[in-house]
Design a protein around this ligand. Structure first.
Ligand SMILES: [Zn+2]
Length: 467
């Protein structure tokens, strides 16, 4: 009787958040990613606290990359009794040492805020604390790309570069029994070719079964040249009006990439040489992690770096550290570019920059990343006339510009091309990490192009892989 090999989709199924997949092999079971579900506060809290299994019964976790929607619920798992190893790449481990404590800190602040307004109703507790984060970080077992490791009996894991953010990986699990083997490729978040800083996504040996994301399964990004043109135009227009450009951007990855691109454009004289502020303490720490991991860079960035150059524009940008300095940017009258987090405008310092900038038609707000449903970023990008910032209505007079060419996620064409290069072709494909429309669109195209069985799992659905 062969050992059962099963996969259960417990998060990021028909949505883009809260990645959590459980793989069961004989006596062992582990999670692939344990991400934070981000959404409405009460709903998110319930989803993040509720595991559909006993965390203590789990043998381990294998992590794809350091974005919080893939790692941000690990401390909850540990707090609820998980005691096994967490496998992760070196660079993802270093980024998590910055991002998870920050996540705990934000939760504590949010809970304080909520409790102050509860008027005697039951006091809320944070999802996890810094102590849980420390416990989580102590469970890390780090690995390099392309060096097989043995996470569980009878299984080999290999990380391949996913080209999505620093340290990001897809993972091949190879299972052996009775002289036969089965390959499962967990695609993680798939990056893109020809981006600043990072290498192109790897193409590992073709698996028997593939789990792939679909964030942009129904869309094609603008090409690089037109994205650059739009960026140049947006910045130049704003500077000519005497305004400022506010860029909500994720502190990790997007900020460094954008700074590298702006730096290059200023050097070339393509955009005016205006002050560039990065107002996010985490972005500063994340940039320090980037500098420690040149093994993740593409050849061009490695060369600049080795020659003492500044691939991330270190010498041009100004980091803003204290909250006072951050607020003092509001007093500047000359044009400038301010990059600040959070990327979807759901918190962080970008909120006060928006509150200050939105009402003036000289300014621009430039979106360079995905804006999830229900976020302030999405409302602005969709053209709202009035939005609430810090609970107060603000009329939107600033120019709103959205560039999709900076995405760290492969678009429809890039997903299809990457899947087509897997050799041999997978016999089963599971599509995750996408809202229903993009996920189903990608599934339809794959069914036309390949003979594989293509599934778009519902949350909680479990499949036998090796029957
Ligand atoms: Zn990601």
């Amino acid at each position: 009787m062969p050992a059962p090999l099963r996969i259960a989709f417990l998060g990021a199924a028909r949505t883009v958040t809260g990645s959590r997949h459980r793989i069961t092999w004989g006596e062992s079971s582990w999670l692939y990613d344990c991400g934070l579900y981000q959404g409405h506060r009460d709903e998110a809290d319930a989803i993040n606290r509720t595991f559909q299994f006993d965390p203590a019964s789990l043998d381990g976790v294998v992590v794809s990359h350091a974005h919080l929607d893939h790692t941000g619920n690990l401390p909850t798992l540990v707090e609820q009794g998980f005691g096994g190893p967490i496998h992760i790449t070196d660079a993802s481990a270093d980024l998590s040492r910055v991002m998870l404590p920050d996540s705990a800190h934000l939760m504590e602040k949010d809970v304080d805020h909520v409790n102050r307004h509860r008027n005697g109703r039951a006091v809320r507790k944070p999802l996890y604390t810094l102590a849980d984060v420390d416990d989580t970080l102590s469970r890390f077992q780090t690995h390099r790309y392309d060096e097989p490791f043995s996470p569980f009996p009878g299984v080999t894991g290999t990380y391949h570069d996913a080209g999505h953010i620093l340290g990001s990986a897809m993972t091949t699990f190879t299972f052996e029994q009775n002289g036969r083997s089965f390959r499962l490729l967990m695609g993680g978040d798939l990056g893109r070719a020809h981006r600043a800083i990072l290498r192109d996504p790897a193409v590992p040996p073709g698996p028997d079964a593939l789990v792939v994301e679909s964030t942009y399964g129904d869309r094609v990004h603008s090409d690089d040249a037109s994205t650059e043109r739009q960026l140049i135009d947006a910045v130049s227009r704003t500077v000519a009006r005497g305004g400022r450009v506010v860029v909500p951007a994720f502190a990790v990855g997007r900020t460094q990439e954008l700074v590298a691109v702006l730096h290059r454009l200023i050097e070339r004289g393509a955009i005016p040489d205006v002050p560039l502020y990065v107002d996010s303490p985490m972005a500063r720490e994340a940039t320090a992690v980037f500098k420690r991991h040149p093994e993740c860079f593409d050849a061009e960035t490695r060369k600049t770096f080795a020659n003492g150059g500044a691939p991330f524009g270190f010498d041009r940008l100004r980091y803003v550290t204290t909250p006072d300095e951050s607020r003092s940017l509001n007093d500047l009258t000359a044009p400038c570019i301010i990059i600040s987090a959070s990327g979807m405008c759901e918190g962080g310092r970008v909120l006060h920059h928006l509150q200050h900038a939105l009402g003036n038609d000289h300014n621009s707000v430039l979106f360079v990343g995905f804006q999830g449903q229900g976020t302030l970023g999405r409302r602005l990008r969709d053209g709202a006339d009035v939005v609430n910032v810090f609970g107060e209505p603000v009329r939107v007079r600033a120019e709103i510009v959205a560039l999709d060419g900076f995405s760290a996620h492969a678009d429809q064409r890039e997903l299809l091309d990457w899947i087509a290069r897997l050799d041999p072709a997978p016999r089963t494909v599971f599509i995750v990490h996408g809202e229903p429309e993009p996920a189903e669109t990608l599934a339809g195209l794959l069914r036309e192009r390949m003979t594989a069985k293509v599934h778009v799992p519902e949350k909680g659905q479990e499949f036998d892989l090796w029957t």
